[in-house]
Design a protein around this ligand. Structure first.
Ligand SMILES: Nc1nc2c(c(=O)[nH]1)N[C@H]1C(S)=C(S)[C@@H](COP(=O)(O)OP(=O)(O)OC[C@H]3O[C@@H](n4cnc5c(=O)[nH]c(N)nc54)[C@H](O)[C@@H]3O)O[C@H]1N2
Ligand SMILES: Nc1nc2c(c(=O)[nH]1)N[C@H]1C(S)=C(S)[C@@H](COP(=O)(O)OP(=O)(O)OC[C@H]3O[C@@H](n4cnc5c(=O)[nH]c(N)nc54)[C@H](O)[C@@H]3O)O[C@H]1N2
Ligand code: SF4
Ligand SMILES: [Mo]
Length: 748
């Protein structure tokens, strides 16, 4: 084989971008011999960042779980067989369902960075047990934004940062965290172009802020006043697009009324941003033809997060920056990773359910509540909530209080350590996997990654595990499976017709469709590809709703239906498959009711409440604001556990302004004691003039236990959620205030 022929295509799984990569595989060591960017990937186009080269730390995990584990009476774990594990778990969960109802069994996860297929396969377990409630990481960052977008547009809006002439980043540091394709290259392109501008809203002078034309160094947690002041300036100084508002929006009067009465000087003052900079920002937005805005955790995990999501959107909708190139749009995707319908409440504590998710800060409370409808059992998959949710100890308490907890993971994580059962899965390069974080427009894609390694014989894919659980619960009718298999022998067209017929006769089958597909269409795929069986469901829905879009990219029915043709096209495409080629006006077809809804009475009322001032986040006891969980060069949530993957900042230092350091007697490299209401930790201090006085930051993803050369578990760095509190959360979405934790720092 020529060297070129040995390159295989896949994707990096360390952040939501899932950049295309090409790799050479060393079968013997089970690692990547070489890694480079994929020139055929429609979004990342050869781009990769510094982290992709560290992927071997994912492949070679010192704390990989290789056998199903069951907790024993002395608190340790015993290895058990798959049959025992599946039978016991199925029996325990069905017993809990029979006694307390399926709604008492909770699902957490499915939303890693590059492994979203469990979002489909887990649905069968959900249906078989009559489960109703779930959550994942989106409910501690995006649910406020989802809801706001749903109310305004009917779906989640995304920015066209490739073509904008003004890019605005709100609480977002894409230089480190990416969040859109080719982030560093795009930021450099904007910087280089004399016609393009950038505004960064961040208390810290980030690497992204270094490239900005205007850095609004807002006081931590005060973005609501800042964006209300910018919106009010637009309205009060006639800087809005009256034609766009008249033709394309509803509810403008209410918004104008509120913003007209905002005292811009007072609000600018409360935000900590000088009035002339507020004016300059408003003028830049008004003067730009194409404004694209991206918000992220700096505001989403902070005070007034849902309100800020709304206010920042008002600034660009009022100026007509939606639905044309270089602005903001609603993409068309094969699968969605989240939506924003607010419906219902959590069963024990009455927390708001947005996009079907219980707020992350309420999950532990649902288990610990003294309430007849409290949670009794939990399945956790592709998530590490003990580490990633606020107040880790509360999540440990919750897991201990439940009657049965099951974790599906590749590693012995902080969450797995607390479980009753740990089920080891194939990793993301040992099975077919995909990300649902694909939001490109006008062309969008889907990338089904093909397996590159054979998994250890003792682990299973998630789709197989869920299917076995459903079978063990007696919820997969054998007759349906055999009827469908017979149909498959004729063709996949006949199979689909039969499936539709069976669903018509017995709608209950719809719930366990992923398992049904896994045992039928899945068996037409090789074992390692079979994790993709749920893709059949996605392509059916997409092909039914969008036949014209598929025709535009050349997907045509070859006799077994359009969906089968799309299924094959995705499976046969080594890199990502481009499945839409739209025009800009198409995005308006997805705007609910055809017009953007500007008014939102609940949030407009909150603007009124801002007038009474800004309560201090800090106190004499806790004089600092801690951002707990910053993205840095070498952080990747908890996907890479070996601390050696980091080429620098191994311990994850606490960044602090040098003047604060001097005042406290802390020099660079000193140890300090960091204390919050929830706990305290010893931290390494790094002085940095990027930080504002009074604002300190710790990285995310640290504080993991990992075995050293002797197999002894060693803790490296600080786990940020040992320092956060459940009650610090948004009024509307329940999202946490991780970026604004009151803290005290003393010489350690
Ligand atoms: N390197 C790396 N990249 C990642 C990840 C990773 O772990 N490592 N994780 C991925 C994930 S899951 C996500 S969600 C994204 C998150 O990506 P980002 O949201 O960009 O990441 P953060 O660094 O958590 O927060 C962004 C900024 O918020 C600022 N901030 C703090 N307080 C405030 C405030 O009061 N107001 C404003 N306006 N800003 C504030 C911080 O100073 C910081 O620069 O990153 C993704 N990419
Ligand atoms: N204080 C604070 N807390 C935060 C944040 C913060 O900024 N500050 N950021 C938050 C954000 S934005 C996010 S997205 C979350 C992230 O936190 P989580 O959603 O908990 O997810 P990850 O840390 O990405 O962990 C993913 C898990 O999937 C496992 N895994 C990897 N591959 C596979 C696979 O193929 N199959 C299975 N079954 N498992 C696999 C990994 O071992 C890991 O346990 O953290 C949040 N927590
Ligand atoms: S931007 Fe994200 S997906 Fe792309 S190479 Fe870097 S870590 Fe991997
Ligand atoms: Mo995230």
């Amino acid at each position: 084989m020529s060297e070129k022929a040995q390159w295989q295509r896949s994707a990096c799984i360390l952040c939501s971008c899932n950049c295309g990569i090409q790799v050479q595989v060393d079968e013997q060591s089970g690692t990547f011999a070489r890694i480079k960017g994929d020139d055929a990937h429609p979004a990342s186009a050869v781009y990769v960042c510094n982290k992709a080269s560290r992927l071997n730390h994912y492949l070679q995990m010192g704390d990989r779980v290789l056998h199903p584990l069951r907790r024993n009476e002395s608190g340790g774990f015993d290895e058990i067989s798959w049959d025992t594990a599946i039978e016991e778990i199925a029996a325990k969960l069905t017993a809990i369902r029979d006694e307390h109802g399926g709604q008492s069994i909770f699902y957490y996860g499915g939303l890693g960075q590059g492994n979203h297929l469990p979002m489909i396969s887990s649905r069968s377990t959900f249906a078989a047990l009559g489960m109703q409630f779930q959550s994942n990481a989106a409910a501690q960052e995006k649910t406020g934004e989802f809801w706001v977008c749903n109310e305004m547009f009917g779906a989640w809006a995304h920015p066209d940062l490739d073509h904008c002439d003004l890019a605005i980043f709100v609480g977002k540091n894409p230089w480190q965290s990416h969040g859109f394709p080719r982030a560093r290259a795009t930021l450099r392109e904007i910087k280089k172009s004399p016609d393009r501008k950038m505004i960064v809203v961040d208390p810290k002078r980030t690497e992204t802020a270094d490239l900005a034309d205007l850095h609004l160094a807002v006081q931590p947690g005060r973005d609501a006043w800042l964006f209300a002041a910018i919106g009010a300036t637009l309205v009060q100084e006639n800087l809005f697009d009256a034609d766009f508002i008249a033709e394309r929006t509803t509810g403008a009067e209410e918004v104008f009324e509120t913003l007209r009465s905002v005292d811009v000087t007072q609000f600018a003052d409360l935000s900590g941003v000088p009035l002339d900079e507020v004016r300059e920002a408003a003028q830049l937005i008004a003067d730009s033809e194409r404004v694209a805005v991206l918000e992220d955790l700096g505001t989403q995990m902070n005070r007034h997060s849902t309100l800020v999501s709304y206010l920042q959107r008002l600034t660009w909708v009022l100026t007509g920056n939606f639905g044309k190139e270089g602005t903001n749009y609603l993409p068309l995707s094969l699968a969605k990773a989240g939506e924003g319908l607010r419906a219902g409440e959590s069963p024990a504590t009455g927390a708001p359910v947005i996009g079907g998710l219980i707020p992350c800060n309420s999950v532990a409370e649902e288990a610990l509540a003294d309430h007849p409808n409290r949670m009794r059992a939990m399945i956790v998959e592709t998530g590490n909530p003990v580490h990633s949710l606020a107040e880790s100890q509360k999540f440990r308490d919750a897991m201990a209080a439940l009657d049965c907890t099951v974790v599906l993971d590749i590693a012995m994580t902080e969450t797995a350590m607390e479980a009753d059962y740990v089920l080891p899965t194939a990793n993301q390069y040992e099975k077919a996997e995909a990300t649902f974080f694909t939001y490109e427009f006008p062309s969008n894609y889907f990338h089904l990654r093909k397996p590159l390694f054979t998994p250890p014989s003792t682990v299973l894919s998630e789709a197989e595990i869920h299917c076995r659980l459903v079978e063990a619960m007696g919820a997969l009718p054998e007759e349906a499976v055999s009827t469908l298999k017979e149909a498959l022998e004729e063709s996949r067209g006949v199979f689909q017709l039969k499936l539709t017929e069976l669903l018509g006769q017995n709608p209950a089958l719809f719930g366990i469709m992923p398992a049904l597909l896994h045992r039928t269409i899945g068996e037409t795929l090789s074992e390692e590809l079979r994790n993709a069986s749920g893709l059949w469901l996605l392509v059916q829905m997409f092909a039914t709703n969008n036949p014209d879009k598929l025709a535009a990219v050349g997907v045509v029915d070859k006799g077994e239906g359009l969906a089968a043709a799309l299924f094959d096209a995705i499976l046969e495409s080594p890199s990502a498959f481009t499945l839409t080629a739209e025009e800009w006006p198409d995005t308006w077809d997805r705007v609910a009711g055809g017009k953007i809804r500007l008014d939102n009475s609940e949030l407009l009322e909150e603007i009124e409440a801002l007038r009474s001032g800004a309560p201090d986040a800090t106190t004499e006891e806790y004089p600092f604001v801690l951002s707990a969980g910053e993205r840095r060069d070498y952080t990747a949530n908890t996907i890479l556990r070996d601390p050696d993957w980091r080429r620098k900042d191994r311990e994850g230092a606490l960044l602090m302004n040098p003047e604060d350091g001097q005042r406290l007697g802390l020099s660079d490299g000193a140890l300090a004691e960091l204390t919050t209401r929830a706990g305290s930790a010893r931290v390494l201090v790094e002085l940095s003039d990027r930080m504002r006085r009074g604002h300190v930051s710790l990285p995310n993803g640290l504080g993991l236990n990992y075995p050293d050369a002797d197999g002894e578990s060693v803790l490296t760095g600080v786990s940020p959620n040992e320092l956060t509190s459940l009650e610090d959360r948004d009024k509307f979405a329940g999202t946490p205030w991780h970026k604004g934790v009151p803290a005290r720092i003393t010489v350690g």
